[in-house]
Design a protein around this ligand. Sequence first.
Ligand code: PYR
Length: 362
Amino acid sequence: MKIGVPKEIKNNESRVGMTPAGVLELTKRGYKVFVQSTAGDNSGFLDEDYSASGAELLPTIEDLYAKSDMIVKVKEPIEKEYPLIKEDQVIFTYFHFASNRELTEAMINSKSVCIAYETVQESSGALPLLTPMSEVAGRMAIQQGAKYLEKPVKGKGLLLGGVPGVRPGKVLILGAGTVGIQAAKMAAGLGAQVTIMDVNMDRLRHVNDIMPSHVVTEFSNEYNIRKHLRTHDLVIGAVLNTGAKAPKLITRNMLKEMEPGTVIVDVAVDQGGCIETSRPTSHEDPIYIIDDVVHYCVANMPGAVPHTSTLALTNVTLPYVLKLASGWEAACSEDAILSKGLNIVKGKIVYEAIAEAFGWEE
Ligand code: PYR
């Protein structure tokens, strides 16, 4: 099995699919690894580090796709990469198909084997390959939200932590999964007042047990969301229905009830977003404003902190790459967790929520 690690070409995506440490684990087992030249530069991993681990460096992305049986990357292939993907080639990466019809059709047409990090799932429901990036995005959501509350970038002009004699900011978090809990932890650490909502009472009990008393839990329903939107300064969209489109919890007309300069960070945007007015933005142009509400909807938030994110991602992907390296069919039939990652196999959607997202019969 020849494994290829391309340079990411999505806007401002600086992560890379494998570290030199990961390459070494593969080459010492006798696998051939190709790495596109400069692929790891922005994450702090240089070509010479990859060579020292036994990788062969290739100068172009075309060469890399042509020579590899399996591609290990970070983000979904973008249009320029579609024609490079070969029949039967295994593509192991984040895809988020349910929010991207064009990508879904392109991968069906490619007849490749698409294994999505975000749907690799344990029987407990845990998502081992999504969790580290959700941790990064949850923590970053507060950093970014605090920044966009500043006046020069059209926020309310409010310091999230407040100062003695002046109230801190209020943060509303929709969803008490990994993103929501990490965001709550960061917001609480800054001294903000936090409300975190979910429909899952076990999650709310867990949050209540582990968080300080200025993190308040509340059951999520339309009435409660509306009530809190009027009084909160920063709203974090942290909802996830694995592999499926996120539910819209905030509609366009609810924005009118929010104070001007309120900031929304919709971390769920890569699954379509949990706010009706969300649309994906990039690190280059991260925000837009609707009804005086600042929307931050960058779909690859962890891409802005590539050193941390690349290490965190490959810590968890490598064991699965090692399994896939001996053949995807055997690996998926032996490992029920990994097999949940199969989304599109040789022209056929095999993950129900994707077909449902587009109203297609499986
Ligand atoms: C990302 O980290 O960019 C994901 O798509 C989860």
